[in-house]
Each structure stands twice: as C-alpha cells, then as structure tokens.
Design a protein around this ligand. Structure first.
Ligand SMILES: Nc1ncnc2c1ncn2[C@@H]1O[C@H](COP(=O)(O)OP(=O)(O)O)[C@@H](O)[C@H]1O
Ligand SMILES: [Mg+2]
Length: 144
C-alpha cells in the first residue's frame, strides 16, 4: 500500500505518472472516489506514463476509450483502455461492450465506477482510491 497527498490537479497528474511506473502488462486498475475526486485527472498521468500519445478525454459518455501506445514503454503493451461505467444501467450493456475481451496480456485497463461490473472483472486487480480532503486537496491510496 502506498499513500500520496495532492494539493493540485498537476500534482495528481504527477502521482499518476509515478504509480504507473509499477504497472505490468495485463493490469486492471480500479479507480475509486466520488464524482470530481480526480479519477480522470489521475488517469491522464497514468496514460502519459505508459506511452499514450493521444489527448485523454473522459469516457463518461463513450463508456470506453481505447488508446494505442505511441512510445513503447512496457514490452508487450499495445493499449491502455479507460472505462467509466457511471452511466451503465444494466448488465446487457456490458455484454454489448464485449467487456471481457478487453482484459488481456497486451493491455492495461483503468476503470471508473467498477462496482457495476463486478461479475465481469478479473479476480486479480489493483486499486487506487482518491479521497477529497478539501477543494484542492486529495489523499490517494494505491493498493497492488
Ligand atoms: N488535487 C486535485 N487533484 C485532482 N483534481 C483536482 C484537485 N484539486 C481540484 N481538482 C479538480 O477536481 C476535478 C477532478 O475531476 P475529474 O478528474 O474529472 O474527477 P472524476 O473523474 O473523479 O470525476 C477537476 O475539476 C479538478 O480541477
Ligand atoms: Mg471521471
């Protein structure tokens, strides 16, 4: 378990960069925290660290954003997949998404609002929990 403390969006981004250095191919990362905690912000740092070259946007409306790796930082890593299940209303939507096919050895997955997808997730996951301490302060706990 590792604990971080952030005072700004920029620091959270940087913490994402640091945490991602410990990731390996196939990792599935559950992102916990209230709306506006900074899950998407942290994901931007993680993606940058893993070699994604595209601009990261929130998957709130798309449910899933799939990024190819520009700079090969991890051998075998081909994609970072960023999910946000906030708007999912029934299990059918997970089947339509083909969710299980995303979790393979050539990808790293980041998942916001994973509670809804419990039965579809692999048994081994890592998690990052962001707690809002004040308007600009966050406590970030990484468990691998
Ligand atoms: N220390 C901080 N770390 C991350 N975001 C922060 C911080 N302080 C303020 N914010 C603000 O909180 C919001 C986080 O948004 P976002 O990353 O989309 O959250 P989530 O994906 O958890 O809903 C942004 O508006 C950001 O500017
Ligand atoms: Mg978000």
């Amino acid at each position: 378990m590792k604990k971080f403390y952030s005072k700004s969006e920029k620091e959270t981004f940087q913490i994402g960069i640091e945490i991602a250095k410990t990731f390996v191919c196939g990792d599935v990362i559950l992102l916990n925290g209230d709306l506006g905690a900074g899950k998407t912000n942290l994901s931007k740092g993680i993606c940058e660290s893993l070699g994604v070259k595209k601009i990261i946007t929130s998957p709130t409306f798309t449910i899933v954003n799939d990024y190819e790796i520009g700079d090969k930082i991890l051998i075998g890593l081909e994609r970072v997949v960023h999910f946000d299940f906030y708007r999912i209303e029934s299990s059918d939507e997970f089947y339509n998404l083909g969710i299980e096919e995303y979790f393979d050895e050539n990808s790293i997955s980041l998942i916001e609002w994973h509670e809804k997808a419990k039965e579809f997730l692999p048994s081994k996951t890592k998690s990052i929990s962001i707690k809002i301490l004040s308007e600009n302060e966050r406590e970030i706990i990484f468990e691998d």
